[in-house]
Design a protein around this ligand. Structure first.
Ligand SMILES: *Cc1c(COP(=O)(O)O)cnc(C)c1O
Length: 350
């Protein structure tokens, strides 16, 4: 398939790189492709970023049949543009599609679409330290009918947003509320899919945790630790790094996988297994919980400084960023931006 390109006649002014928020400003162009039953994915095009006309009966408004991805493009010191394991995002998009009955995309073609769009808007990739171009591919159901069934038509779109440094004041641990009333996902549910409905389900707990003065929630299912906010979670206990195993209720993060591979390459013991919140608190009480951190594309590494569970508070590593957490952060961000050589073949240059 050939991507038709219609360039904007009114290029926008670029934002101030030192004051970028997250996901508020978008670049000059976007990618769109349509799906119809019998016809498949067709009419891939890049057009000026702008409104799309829809009717109120559009099925995505009613039943939430939508999936998305989140990835970043970084500018290297030599001005090259670098994507981090983008083929993994396309693979995961198809696993999410499968879970919510959206027809599969051609992963290779969609990666070409990402590269073509980023290349066209390459002047929008910021170069200030910690900044990046956030890439948001997503798919929505577009049938114009209220019948509850998988849609027979869809739109795949990609939009781009220059984003600021996640840690303008330097990497900083945060306090987390262990959520024991609401759940994000259960085995058999949609937790492993990056589908919009999961995020609607998580907002109330997040809002209540913020009211109590916490930055994020730690999700548990019954007694088992799952994720922290929209990040995967790791605990260093007695020199061993533990992360919850992928049981279908946990989003298989690409940062998570990269951290595991990095630790293995350093011969740091790392295991994926079931982990109870009791075990985490017991390890903290007996002085064996050395570090805890979340992982995700937005922050890369987010150290956990303390956990509140049922009114019991534990402080982790004195509320400071752990040595291993900092080392992982420096190495992954270094590989992403090109300051550190990539021994894993993770980087795709545009
Ligand atoms: C996207 C996401 C993550 C992190 O995945 P990355 O690929 O590392 O960005 C973790 N948990 C949830 C719920 C997510 O949506």
């Amino acid at each position: 398939m050939e991507i038709r390109i219609e360039k904007t006649k009114n290029p926008k002014a670029k934002p101030d790189e030192e004051n970028l928020a997250f996901g508020k400003i978008f670049t000059d162009h976007m990618f769109i492709m349509d799906y119809e039953e019998g016809k498949g994915w067709h009419d891939p095009r890049i057009v000026p970023f702008g409104p799309i006309e829809v009717l109120p009966s559009l099925s995505i408004f009613h039943y939430g049949q939508a999936v998305f991805e989140g990835m970043k493009a970084y500018k290297s010191p030599t001005g090259k543009i670098r994507l981090f394991r983008p083929e993994q995002n396309m693979k995961r998009l198809n696993r999410s599609n499968e879970r919510v009955c959206i027809p599969p995309i051609d992963e290779e073609f969609c990666l070409t679409a990402v590269k073509t769009l980023v290349d066209l808007d390459r002047d929008w990739v910021p170069k200030a330290e910690g900044t990046a171009l956030y890439i948001r591919p997503f798919i929505i159901a577009t049938d114009l009918v209220l019948k509850l069934k998988p849609s027979s038509s869809y739109k795949f779109m990609i939009i781009l947003s220059p984003v600021g440094a996640y840690y303008p004041q330097g990497i900083n641990p945060v306090d987390i509320y262990v959520e024991n009333q609401y759940v994000r996902a259960v085995p058999g549910g949609t937790g492993y899919a990056k589908t919009s409905a999961n995020y609607a389900a998580s907002m109330k707990a997040q809002a209540e945790a913020e009211e109590k003065g916490y930055v994020q929630v730690l999700w548990v299912n019954g007694e088992y630790v799952q994720e922290v906010g929209s990040m995967n979670v790791f605990f260093k206990i007695d020199g061993e790094v533990v992360t919850p195993e992928l049981d279908g209720s946990i989003l298989p993060g690409i940062t998570r996988d990269s951290v595991i591979k990095l630790l293995q390459s350093w011969d740091v013991p790392v295991v994926e297994r079931k982990l109870t919140i009791d075990e985490v608190f017991e390890a903290a009480r007996s002085g064996r919980l050395e570090e805890a951190f979340g992982t995700g594309t937005a922050a890369v590494i987010s150290p956990v400084g303390g956990l509140d569970w049922n009114g019991h508070f534990i402080k982790i590593n004195d509320g400071k960023t752990g040595e291993l957490s900092a080392k992982i952060y420096e190495n992954i961000t270094g590989i992403q931006t090109g300051e550190i050589e990539d021994p894993f073949g993770w980087i795709v240059e545009i």
